[in-house]
Ligand binder design. Sequence first.
Ligand SMILES: [Mg+2]
Length: 182
Amino acid sequence: MRIGIDLDDTICRTTEMVHNYLEIYSEKTHLNPLDIMNDEDLKEEFFDEYIGKIYEEVEIKRDAKKVLKRLKSKGNEIYIITARRDAITKDGKTILEITEEWLQKNDIIVNGIVLSSYGDKKAIICKKYLINIMIDDDPYNYKKISTIGIKCLLFDDREKYNLKEDYVTNWIDIEKYIERNR
Ligand SMILES: [Mg+2]
């Protein structure tokens, strides 16, 4: 099977790391975190400063590493399809380099990484890469991908959404679902 997987908040806990650095930035600038996120310029400044660190230091979600390893060892192909945009960070590394290094550090072997994919573009990439199943935490992506007839599971480990089907709350259930639907 060809499995497409989103990265941020699906494999790794990006929102938590953004909040950690937002706290730091907010103390440094004496600004309120909400005010930073609501102001386009401040938000850009914040991400310019910290995005490299966030992607480097972000923690992997529970069971993601072992499930991905098992899926790969059973002959599945794994493609990371993410909205992360490639850019050069403050430290001179590209987002792609940081992402590759992070995957390596976490012992995750993939067949490909596609950046800058969100919404309709993500759906087109899934089609182009002949993805059999996509896993994503964003309901907008879920909708766009499902609409073009590609199976998508909404990863919802914080139980924010109220979907009746096609949703999973943890990595063990993702594995079970893929095993059942091979
Ligand atoms: Mg995501």
